[in-house]
Design a protein around this ligand. Sequence first.
Ligand SMILES: NC(=O)c1ccc[n+]([C@@H]2O[C@H](COP(=O)([O-])OP(=O)(O)OC[C@H]3O[C@@H](n4cnc5c(N)ncnc54)[C@H](OP(=O)(O)O)[C@@H]3O)[C@@H](O)[C@H]2O)c1
Length: 262
Amino acid sequence: MNTSKIGFIGGGNMASSLINGLCQSGHKPENIWVSDINANVLTTLNSSLNVNTLTDNIELLNNVDVVVLAVKPQVLKQVALTLASALSQKPILVISIAAGISQASLSHWLGESLAIVRCMPNTPALVLTGATALHANSNVTATQRDLAENIMRAVGIALWVEQESALDAVTALSGSGPAYFFLMMEAMENAALSFGLSHDIARLLIQQTALGAAKIALESEESPEQLRFRVTSPGGTTEQAIAAFQQGGFNELVGTALTAAK
Ligand SMILES: NC(=O)c1ccc[n+]([C@@H]2O[C@H](COP(=O)([O-])OP(=O)(O)OC[C@H]3O[C@@H](n4cnc5c(N)ncnc54)[C@H](OP(=O)(O)O)[C@@H]3O)[C@@H](O)[C@H]2O)c1
């Protein structure tokens, strides 16, 4: 993959994370091209990561083997329609990271015979700990699947889903998921402050606890439920807290929240 020429249309938050991850994982900056309407974005990317920058999306297509569409969903249709003619001449793999834009819409705007991968990354990509789910349309070859997966793997884990509809569930789970954990951290911090702990101590303890719990869950073969039982001694303090969560309908509330996101 290190020799593939990768283009990004839109060089904002998510594209910058991906480009940063690609550079850190050994992809040569001279093989990365970014186009954006915002000159400041391009200047920052060029000076910090030394990648090629352009203001013309069509010219970008002439330079690359794969293009990542990384503009906001609300401008994607307009951007895609302007690319269709150039892509019919040079049918490269297109990867869309836009939330909520279907394969059918992408094919309709860009070209029905085009190889398109639709994926849903999340913001921990910024710190190379992202979680991305990908879905390929029937035009995508095995080599193109590998290329798309490797690009997303540069910033974390990457998993394929067979049904496109699963991406809506993924959006509700890992796409929006970081905010759920931040909400939990916020609520724990408020409780800790009310106990008289200092802001700095409370925040650091919560952050390290979240990191530790995630590491144990990742490294263990056991389910979250089994892990919870392990740290919940009968009659102990944790049991009191878990009982309060359950009496307050915690599990049902999480289900309702994720359903709302989906
Ligand atoms: N951030 C996330 O957590 C997240 C998670 C999953 C998926 N995504 C998806 O990632 C995509 C990008 O999100 P983001 O947060 O990175 O957005 P962003 O920071 O706003 O970046 C988008 C960039 O595209 C530029 N742009 C707008 N119109 C353009 C055009 N016609 N040609 C080229 N560039 C153009 C924007 O410039 P202006 O600012 O001047 O308009 C901006 O610099 C979205 O589709 C989103 O659904 C994001």
